[in-house]
Design a protein around this ligand. Structure first.
Ligand SMILES: NC(=O)c1ccc[n+]([C@@H]2O[C@H](COP(=O)([O-])OP(=O)(O)OC[C@H]3O[C@@H](n4cnc5c(N)ncnc54)[C@H](O)[C@@H]3O)[C@@H](O)[C@H]2O)c1
Ligand SMILES: CC(C)[C@H](C(=O)O)[C@@H](O)C(=O)O
Ligand SMILES: [Mg+2]
Length: 369
């Protein structure tokens, strides 16, 4: 038996448990095939934890995560919990605290449009022909999400709301480095996103990214205002290699990128903290970029690929098991090339499968690879 890994499994709400079951199915095959041992610790999180344990992030769940090498996360939230006080809701009560608690400032979201899926993309075939591959590097623990003060108050007869956008140079510098390092392993092109024509945060962001860029003369750096970037992604997605963005802009642009690849159900993510000198593995949380999809939850039709590819990222970054990660990614490509499609990416001439059918096909492809 090879190495052993402890993984916290937080499936959450909506389609979370449905797609998580498929990731675990694939990981079970990986375990045998690569002689690894995964110890899974399934715990409550989000709405399921509010219902089952009284709060979105129970102490036991957090403690389990602290004892593990990585978190495989599904998704949280849904209409049932939207009327709770904001801080108690699944997103602000569990997901954001997990990111902050573990210092997971670097969110990698690889948006890959496979050549076979260009018909599922809403873009014109001439724009996406041959597919494209963009990596969104999103800052995850700063900006408007976490800045203080943050409140809604009443003055006279009216309420007003305040959110604060704060970025420290050091926060910009460390995420910029992640983007430049990633670009070196790709096409050596970073496009940094900001709103420097309006926001002070944008002015500082651009200045610091330029400074970091001087250490990477081999990487081409350009800057785009976020509104232009949203447009250019639709106009010419192939222009982009690594897109570097602060928290909110990265959130918005990554949903756009996901859809351009065919579906939000295709986009995995890795949320990582600092690297430690000489270490090939680091703690991380891995989750689909999309949410709990209440509109399709319980129907067994969700696309499990984002969750399965998130588990591949977990093996790569938190376990250093590159061969196993690559095997999962190759299996996903194979089933897509074989014409299997969940409803969200189904086009005429391809074979429609449900969530479990897609998970089983990917697991089978890993087994025979
Ligand atoms: N990481 C997370 O836990 C996370 C991320 C985003 C949204 N959310 C939460 O999820 C809930 C629903 O949010 P929303 O509706 O704005 O966004 P969503 O991402 O859940 O869904 C947006 C659209 O994409 C579709 N979609 C998403 N994932 C899919 C998949 N795997 N297969 C097929 N289709 C898929 C949905 O059916 C829906 O039409 C909210 O409570 C939100 O806060 C959680
Ligand atoms: C659910 C929400 C808090 C979260 C975010 O905004 O970061 C989600 O949209 C994401 O992209 O992971
Ligand atoms: Mg989002």
């Amino acid at each position: 038996m090879g190495k052993s890994y402890k993984i916290a499994v937080l499936a959450g709400d909506g389609i979370g448990p449905e797609v998580m079951a498929q990731a675990l199915r694939v990981l079970a095959v990986v375990e045998t095939k690569f002689s690894l041992k995964f110890e899974f610790f399934e715990r409550l999180v989000g709405g399921a934890a509010i219902d089952g344990a009284g709060k979105a992030l129970p102490e036991e769940t957090l403690k389990t995560c602290e004892d593990c090498q990585a978190i495989l996360f599904g998704s949280v939230g849904g209409p049932k919990w939207e009327s709770l006080p904001p801080a108690e809701q699944p997103e602000r009560g569990a997901l954001l605290p997990l990111r902050k608690h573990f210092g997971l400032f670097a969110n990698l979201r690889p948006a890959v449009c496979l050549p076979e899926l260009t018909h599922a993309s809403p873009l014109h075939p001439t724009i996406v022909e041959g597919g494209f591959d963009v990596l969104c590097v999103r800052e995850l623990t700063g900006g408007l999400y976490f800045g203080e003060p943050k409140y809604i108050k009443q003055e006279g007869n009216e309420h007003f709301a305040v959110d604060t956008m704060v970025y420290w140079e050091s926060e910009i510098r460390r995420i910029a480095k992640v983007a430049f390092e990633a670009a070196r392993r790709r096409k050596s092109h970073v496009t940094s996103i900001d709103k420097a024509n309006v926001l002070q945060n944008g002015v500082l962001w651009r200045r610091v990214v330029d400074e970091v860029g001087k250490d990477y003369p081999d990487v081409t750096l350009d800057h785009l205002y976020v509104d232009n970037a949203a447009m250019q992604l639709v106009r010419r997605p192939k222009f982009f290699d690594v897109v570097l963005a602060e928290n909110l802009f990265g959130d918005i642009l990554s949903d756009e990128m996901a859809m351009l690849t065919g579906s939000l159900g295709m986009l995995p993510s890795a949320s990582l903290g600092e690297t430690h000198e000489g270490s090939t593995s680091r703690f991380g949380m891995y989750e689909p970029s999309g949410g709990s999809a209440p509109d399709i939850a319980g129907k067994g039709i969700a696309n499990p690929i984002a969750q399965i590819l998130s588990s591949a990222m977990l093996l790569r970054f938190s376990c250093g098991e590159e061969a196993a990660a690559a095997a999962i990614e190759a299996a996903v490509k194979k089933v897509i090339a074989d014409g299997l499609r969940t409803a969200d990416i189904h086009t005429p001439g391809t074979t429609k499968v449900d969530t479990a059918g897609m998970g089983q096909a990917i697991a089978d492809a890993v087994a025979v690879a």
